[in-house]
Design a binder for this molecule. Structure first.
Ligand SMILES: Nc1nc2c(c(=O)[nH]1)N[C@H]1C(S)=C(S)[C@@H](COP(=O)(O)OP(=O)(O)OC[C@H]3O[C@@H](n4cnc5c(N)ncnc54)[C@H](O)[C@@H]3O)O[C@H]1N2
Ligand code: MOO
Length: 396
């Protein structure tokens, strides 16, 4: 086991293989899913004034229980015409600024109006300031609303727009080439020759990256021929930031990705990680490109892509925290003691508890396809019982 790198060390070494990509200014519609390259300050106060949170009447709390005289109408998008004095109220709508003198909103469901005369019919506002959104409560001009390295989720895109931004500094999308290797591989949907199987890794990886800021280039599967793989690697690496291969990463006579990379002039930084599935993972550089050699077993390819490829895209994209997040959930079934490698068991969530699936072979894609989480088992972890909490990575 001594030549197998621990997962965290392997991830750190992978991230050290390349600098974050250059910064560009992206319109909001192009920025989702990317990471901010700088702190974002607010260009405005929000709310810009004390605003009503309800449709009703702006009053002075001390004037309750009324009655009041309605002296003006204020809609969102307009400003109050005048202040209100004692015994006066303003008809007001959600999002409209309060007039000077008013401090509280009386919701219209608690009031009856006859011409300009307004009286209380319900309980009225419970406290001074009820249903008022204070000026600057969300943010004030110049305050940092989003930080460098934060991922632009839909709500953060909305927040950037609210703060006055139409374009945001992000790093350009990573160009990712995907190349599967293996004599046995036929394209999805193609008729199968003797001994052939349908290639499933490239479509799966492309789907795994669908929401990532990446331009994908999927190449046809390459046969297990050293010269052919070497030429295909050089071609696929040209113009790519990341070259991902699958298959041929292990120790068999037909596992040629490592020798082909070396023959192409690549520098292999590490090979083999103390994890299961995914042990024969390799990483290095070929020219300007980071090369990630994933194992061919479909489950191993998925798990390593989740733990290395997506985080690498995030690291190149400037993410402050590129690694996937684990959460803790209770076990719903016993789990056996673990061996020497960090294990990622395919598991379902049933009634809020984690239950490992029966098929844990790294060729068992149907189990992965129906798993909700990967249950993380530390090296040499003792057996665990139902009710004990465990770390999981959510995958569905
Ligand atoms: N003697 C040893 N044999 C193996 C070891 C080892 O340490 N000693 N490691 C095993 C582990 S762990 C893994 S994982 C696999 C990984 O091997 P490779 O990366 O060389 O993958 P292949 O041999 O090319 O393929 C493995 C398996 O997956 C199928 N495959 C490959 N590519 C695809 C694809 N694009 N789509 C669908 N299926 C694919 C392939 O047909 C094989 O069945 O090595 C173990 N062996
Ligand atoms: O480590 Mo291999 O990736 O078990 O299947």
């Amino acid at each position: 086991m001594s030549d197998l790198l621990p997962l965290d060390e392997a991830q750190a070494r992978l991230f050290a293989l390349a600098e974050p990509l250059p910064v560009e200014q992206a319109p909001l519609g192009e920025a989702a899913g990317r990471w901010l390259a700088a702190d974002i300050p607010a260009c405005v106060d929000h709310p810009f004034a004390d605003l009503s949170a309800m449709d009703g009447y702006a009053i002075r709390f001390g004037d309750r229980p009324g009655p009041w005289t309605v002296v003006q109408d204020i809609a969102a998008g307009t400003m109050p015409a005048c202040a209100i004095g004692p015994g006066e109220a303003a008809r007001i709508f959600t999002g409209a600024p309060l007039p000077a003198g008013a401090d509280t909103i009386l919701v219209q469901e608690d009031a009856a109006r006859d011409g300009d005369a307004l009286r209380l019919t319900g309980d009225g506002p419970p406290a001074k300031g009820a249903h008022v959104r204070r000026k600057g409560a969300n943010f004030t001009t110049g305050a940092t609303v989003l930080g460098a390295g934060e991922r632009l989720t839909p709500a953060r895109i909305g927040l950037a727009a609210m703060a006055g931004h139409a374009v945001l500094p992000v790093r350009r999308r990573a160009r990712v080439a995907i190349l599967s290797t293996g004599d046995e591989l036929a394209l999805a949907g193609a008729p199968l020759g003797p001994g052939q199987i349908h290639e499933s890794n490239a479509p799966m990886l492309a789907a795994l990256l669908a929401a990532e800021p990446a331009h994908l280039q999927c190449h046809a599967p390459v046969r297990d021929d050293l010269d052919l793989i070497q030429r295909s690697l050089i071609q696929a690496a040209a113009g790519a930031d990341i070259l991902v291969t699958t298959g041929g990463a292990s120790v068999g006579d037909h596992d040629l990705v490592r020798p082909a990379l070396e023959a192409a002039g690549a520098r292999i930084d590490f090979w083999r990680v103390a994890m299961k599935p995914g042990k024969p993972l390799m990483a290095g550089r070929l020219g300007d490109c980071v090369v990630l050699g994933l194992p061919g077993n479909p489950v191993s390819a998925f798990v390593t892509a989740l733990l290395f490829l997506r985080p690498l895209i995030a690291a190149l994209g400037g993410a402050a925290d590129p690694l996937p997040r684990t959460v803790r959930l209770p076990l719903g079934a016993p789990v056996a003691a673990n061996g020497p490698r960090l294990d990622f068991l395919r598991a379902a969530i049933v009634d809020g508890t984690v239950r490992p699936l029966a098929a844990q072979d790294s060729g068992a894609l149907p189990a992965l396809a129906h798993a909700d989480v990967l249950l993380v088992r530390q090296p040499h972890a003792p057996a665990a019982e139902p009710g004990m909490f465990a770390d999981v990575l959510i995958i569905a």
